[in-house]
Write a protein that binds this ligand. Sequence first.
Ligand code: NAP
Ligand code: G4F
Length: 339
Amino acid sequence: MKTAIVTGVTGQDGSYLAELLLSKGYRVIGLKRRTSLINTSRIDHIFSHENLSLEYYDLEDSGCIYKLIHYYEPDEIYNLAAQSHVRVSFDMPEHTVNGVAIGPLKILEAIRNMNLCDKIKFYQASSSEMYGDNPEYPFNETSRLMPASPYACAKVFAHNIVRNYRESYGIHASSGILFNHESPRRGETFVTRKITLAAARIKLGLQDQLCLGNLDAKRDWGHAKDYVVAMWKMLQKISPSDYVISTGETHSVKEFLEEVFDCAGLDPYKYLKIDARLFRPHEVPYLLGDSTKARKELSWTPEHNFKTLAKDMYEADYKQMLNSEGRYGHIEKALRGAI
Ligand code: NAP
Ligand code: G4F
């Protein structure tokens, strides 16, 4: 049985990846940071799986990672943990950079110092944010990185140090340059989830306004469920490399808003308020990926598209709002079959 360590297991991607690895017969060691309230809602459904263990960990704690590698002797480590919100990285640059940039270096150093370079395969969660405001899209593995936020600058460092350790010490270390990927488990402060939650709540009479920032930014949005498959496939290759993972289609925030409100049968402009505070000091205006390499070398193709993603997220939020603590049960009765 293979053993995989997954950092950031309580996050969107960590939860889907843990599910995928358990379904493939792995023993999964999920690493979570200590929080004052229990925040395992994304993994509660696999919590009692006999092959899942949870351990405390923090990106800033080297000792933890040495201890866990020594104890569990993993075959694979997936580094997904991060302060992953771009806007927040402008408010907390030091914290973001310490975790996002130095966190993966700590893991690579542990692998090297424990003489495990030829034993452990390592995955790094790189990001399309690294392309920043480079105008020469679509972006592939060799496109110029022009990071436009503290978060993206930190991801560029991590991306480069992974390649450096691969080339210097022969570690099987791969970076997935993942374009935006969303799901019903997406954090509620990212724009897609903010929109699907708002549409569901407005539909049920629980909210009457949606505040957004820049509607013109374009993103290459995929589904997280599809993207974790690519992570796993990278570590099954004989040789490590870097891969862009994207759908190859780009849409504006405005288009996502209209698509979701269309699913809800609502006019978004009746509820929309543009709030200057939600604009960023430096915006990434246009992201479009070219994932030809991954499609060819990993035989990876996404199952979801823009429309099915928006529908999946809206319907999940609508159901969740209806069922939340049974409070809206009366509405469910009235609307049965309406979604
Ligand atoms: P997410 O939902 O925000 O999850 C991030 C995870 O990291 C959470 O489990 C979080 O714990 C944990 N974490 C945060 N700070 C930590 C720290 N100091 N020590 C230990 N754990 C910490 O992010 P995601 O969407 O799943 O993304 C996964 C990774 O892919 C991230 O590295 C992100 O930057 C990168 N990425 C994401 C996308 C995307 O579109 N989703 C695209 C490209 C790259 P809590 O649950 O306690 O907050
Ligand atoms: O949903 P977002 O916050 O995602 P962003 O900034 O693209 O970052 C996500 O994708 C990256 C991959 O490219 C990841 F590396 C990163 O970890 C994260 O998962 O914002 C998307 C766009 C931006 O242009 C933003 O300015 O939506 C715009 N936007 C407009 N109104 C908003 C809002 N973003 C947020 N979060 N909230 C708004 O109200």
